[in-house]
Design a protein around this ligand. Structure first.
Ligand code: MRU
Length: 360
């Protein structure tokens, strides 16, 4: 994606056995590039959410394996790198998907040839992810375009950040929105803040770079806006789609799906193949990450001088529960949009798009 006419990606390999990422913990105030040179850097970047978003987590993990094998490429290094990366975050299945693909590609190779192959495979995963997200944009536009006809404009509500910052490029839920905007449809996006990590601010930042009109709302405003007909559709990403069409996504997604259904507003989920877990029967089987309570107790931003600053809102001993994701049942989802088209959120719908899928 371009920001101020500068092509930017959330991750890119550097020339000298390193990868560069946009440090998303510094956004939306500073677009800072961080260099990762070791497996530990990558594991920490994923865990601390310097990189985040399901597709991007998978791509980053693949580069993490490449970095580990660049240092030493024996079986133990491969196994321990995959184990360390797999333990970073539990919900986004793209992580396990990318690591399985790296293992299947690299394990049969003799030591001595694995590092170069690992970089090639990580590049391939990144390239495929970008291409898939572009196609999600095209297929999603097919659903959004009719909603704009009549009123002559399109108001879409989204949650969290499922844009190019969350993928190798283009994004998942934001890809159809960018496609609509670029197709000349008058487009406006309701961006929910997404407490506690405020990924909605990343979405606002992305949309601003591209000049897409948008309005930031408190998470709690979404239901009222939907009830008053202020959105034509809700479009979100996914961290894991179960085989029956249930979807895990950022906490708060479920409430939007309930409100959308009550208001008769279509609710769409956009995700690439790497987010669909055919081995997971339904949403009850999806592991939900619980993160540190300080994400609620402490707010972060910049102070009046522009320096990073934190403010404690409540004492450290206050009990907090901080689930990072929720599950939206398939019955509340009008369609799942993938790089192959869109389908009903059902086992049969997903199978029709991916007849070759294995249950692993
Ligand atoms: O905790 P995060 O920021 O890594 O959450 C994942 C997400 O970005 C969202 O849930 C998103 O909607 C799906 S990933 C494109």
């Amino acid at each position: 994606m371009k920001t101020d006419d500068t092509p930017l990606r959330a991750i890119r390999p550097a020339s000298d056995a390193a990868v560069e990422i946009i440090d998303q913990t510094a956004l939306p105030h500073t677009c800072r590039i961080a260099r990762l040179t070791r497996l530990d850097d990558v594991a920490r970047a994923i865990r601390d959410m310097q990189v985040r978003g399901a597709p991007l987590i998978g791509v980053t993990a693949a580069y993490g394996v490449a970095l580990a094998l660049t240092a030493k490429d024996d079986d133990d290094t491969l196994d321990s790198a995959i184990a360390a990366l797999a333990a970073t975050r539990p919900t986004a299945v793209n992580l396990g998907w990318a690591l399985l693909r790296m293992r299947e590609r690299l394990a049969p190779l003799p030591a001595g040839s694995r590092a170069a192959a690992a970089w090639r495979e990580a590049d391939a995963i990144a390239g495929e992810d970008a291409a898939q997200c572009r196609r999600i944009g095209e297929h999603g536009l097919g659903l959004l375009r009719p909603l704009a006809t009549g009123r002559g404009r399109l108001d879409v509500m989204t949650h969290c950040n499922a844009g190019w910052l969350a993928a190798a490029d283009f994004g998942t839920a934001l890809a159809p929105i960018y496609a609509a905007f670029e197709a000349g449809i008058e487009t406006h996006v309701w961006v929910s803040e997404t407490r506690p990590r405020n990924q909605g601010l990343l979405t606002a930042w992305e949309l601003k770079q591209r000049g897409v009109p948008h309005t930031l709302i408190a998470d709690n405003a979404a239901g009222a806006l939907l009830a008053r007909g202020r959105a034509d559709a809700v479009l979100v990403g996914a961290d894991r789609v179960a085989a029956n069409g249930d979807v895990a996504n950022k906490i708060g997604t479920y409430l939007k799906a309930l409100a959308a259904r009550a208001a008769g507003v279509p609710f769409y989920v956009a995700a690439p193949r790497s987010t669909i877990d055919f081995s997971c029967p339904d949403g009850d089987a999806i592991p939900i990450e619980e993160r540190h309570g300080d994400e609620l107790r402490v707010v972060r931003g910049i102070d009046a001088t522009g320096q990073p600053a934190a403010a404690r809102m409540i004492s450290a001993d206050e009990a907090v529960l901080n689930p990072a994701f929720d599950v939206t049942p398939a019955r509340l989802i009008d369609a799942i949009i993938t790089e192959r088209g869109h389908c009903p959120a059902t086992a049969a719908g997903l199978r029709a798009l991916y007849p070759e899928a294995r249950d692993v």
